[in-house]
Design a protein around this ligand. Structure first.
Ligand code: DAH
Length: 345
């Protein structure tokens, strides 16, 4: 009697191992038959009461063997089903075919120009300082020699933060000068690129946000001649080795004396006449010797140290370089416009 039951289990194991269901439905039927909640192995466990005690353990192991055989078989069947499905998907796909080319993006003309300017100054030992765009009144104006009632504040229409008379969007990168001078001992030799904001009507020539690069050099015995030489070097690296510059006297609250620098652009065609107003000269930056009062405002001894500073708008230079006639194009991010600019930077 006992042997009969053993034979039955053995036959079941054989049956499981020999089974060869194909396709999703047959495999599911196999699962239900041998592993489902009403599977055929379960009732065999009940037969244990007809097995003599000394063979009960052996019987349990045998039935388990059947169960494991069913599980192993089902797993193998499923794997082969998945493989077949994957192969199906790959049918007709040529794996040796070359890939689709990925379109290569391009840098924004403002980034290209900014990176060029940074690169030129880094070569002569300036380091980059990046600072906050939300500034306070003191760093943006007061420290830079522009107290509250100073008319020069009207030169730059300011966006103040809601409910604040102190916090504002910086109107120029000159605020970074104050940040650096208050935290660092001279010598200081930095450039500060970044975004600035002014409450201006948007037109082809001006925008309410744009980019500037500020420069600051403070040390012992720094002179106007040092400034001129540095800026000449910059202009020639930026616009070509034959570029000529001129400095015109100007006014900024934070520099004394102050100047504006022009580069000689030429008068080759109609557009040159228009952008240089017929003079051939083009203004590209403001500069000057840092006013001793600014040094003192920021805790630097003006009897020991002197320095120069300069600031330039980046959009303006990008527009000149690429002959872009409308500043708004630089902020619209139309890919048809942007994809025209390819550069290593
Ligand atoms: N901050 C000035 C502006 O936004 C530009 C400028 C002029 C910066 C002279 C300077 C400077 O550092 O020395 O118009």
């Amino acid at each position: 009697m006992a042997q009969e039951i053993f034979d039955k289990v053995e036959a079941l194991i054989q049956e499981i191992q020999a089974a060869n269901p194909t396709g999703k439905e047959e495999i599911e039927a196999f699962r239900i038959q041998y592993l489902g909640s009403k599977n055929v192995i379960k009732p065999i466990f009940g037969e244990i009461r007809n097995i003599p005690n000394e063979r009960k353990k052996e019987f349990g192991q045998k039935v388990n063997e059947a169960k494991q055989a069913a599980e192993a078989k089902f797993e193998a069947l499923q794997t082969s089903l998945e493989q077949a499905h994957a192969e199906d998907l790959m049918k007709g796909i040529d794996l040796s075919a070359p890939g689709e080319p990925m379109p290569v993006g391009s840098h924004h003309p403002v980034s290209i120009t900014m990176n060029r300017i940074i690169d030129i100054f880094e070569r002569i030992g300036f380091t980059v300082e990046e600072e906050r765009e939300i500034e306070d009144d003191w760093h943006n104006f007061t420290a830079m020699n522009t107290p509250e009632d100073h008319p020069a504040r009207d030169m730059q229409d300011t966006y103040y933060l809601k409910d604040s008379t102190v916090n504002l969007l910086r109107t120029h990168t000159s605020s970074v000068q104050a940040r650096c001078m208050t935290r660092q001992e001279p010598p200081i030799r930095i450039i500060a690129p970044g975004r600035v904001y002014r409450n201006e009507t948007i037109s082809a020539r001006s925008h309410c946000q744009f980019h500037q690069v500020e420069g600051l050099y403070i040390g012992e015995g720094v002179s106007f001649a040092d400034m001129k030489q540095t800026l000449l070097y910059f202009a020639q690296e930026m616009y070509g080795p034959d570029t000529r510059i001129r400095l015109r006297p100007s006014y900024f609250p934070f520099t004394e004396p102050s100047a504006e620098m022009d580069v000689y652009w030429g008068l080759k065609d109609e557009i040159d006449y228009r952008i240089t107003k017929g003079t051939g000269w083009l203004e590209i930056l403001g500069c000057g010797m840092v006013d001793p009062q600014v040094l003192e405002n920021c805790g630097i001894d003006s009897t020991k140290y002197s320095g120069f500073a300069f600031g330039m708008g980046i959009e303006r230079q990008a527009m000149l370089k690429y002959r872009i006639s409308d500043i708004r194009l630089l902020f619209e991010n139309d890919v048809r416009f942007l994809k025209q600019f390819k550069s290593a930077f």
